[in-house]
Design a protein around this ligand. Structure first.
Ligand code: ZN
Length: 122
């Protein structure tokens, strides 16, 4: 399946630098994507009702921001408010699923389009 190829140290160093560069660029792109996704999701889903789907708006804007605002109350002022910081346990997995939709769509269509065009022969 895999064929081992001998390379000299200079070539190995170039390969490692290339891998490090790709990892770095991927990490930076991922951080930028996550920041933009979080900002868009926060602004357009959590801060306004989405038709009849009102859970994010009610849980975030009406509950969370009633206590935590963009002033000195951004930080916990009262011990009992600590309970109003965390999200429901299932919000994390749902956010990951929603946030990775563009990648899953690209992966699906990226595999399907060449297959339909006859580029894969398996
Ligand atoms: Zn907010």
């Amino acid at each position: 399946m895999f064929k081992l190829v001998e390379i000299d140290q200079d070539e190995e160093k170039k390969v490692m630098q290339h891998i490090a560069f790709v990892v770095f660029i991927t990490l930076m792109a991922g951080i930028m994507y996550a920041s933009v996704f979080e900002w868009l999701f926060h602004r357009y889903v959590m801060h306004r009702p989405l038709g009849t789907f009102r859970y994010p708006f009610e849980a975030h804007t009406l509950m969370h921001h009633r206590v935590f605002k963009a002033d000195h109350t951004y930080h916990v002022q009262h011990e009992e408010d600590k309970k109003k910081i965390p999200m429901a346990w299932w919000n994390g997995p749902v956010l990951i699923i929603v946030g990775t939709v563009p990648f899953r769509v690209k992966e699906t269509f990226g595999l399907l389009i060449p297959r339909y065009c006859g580029l894969y022969t398996s």
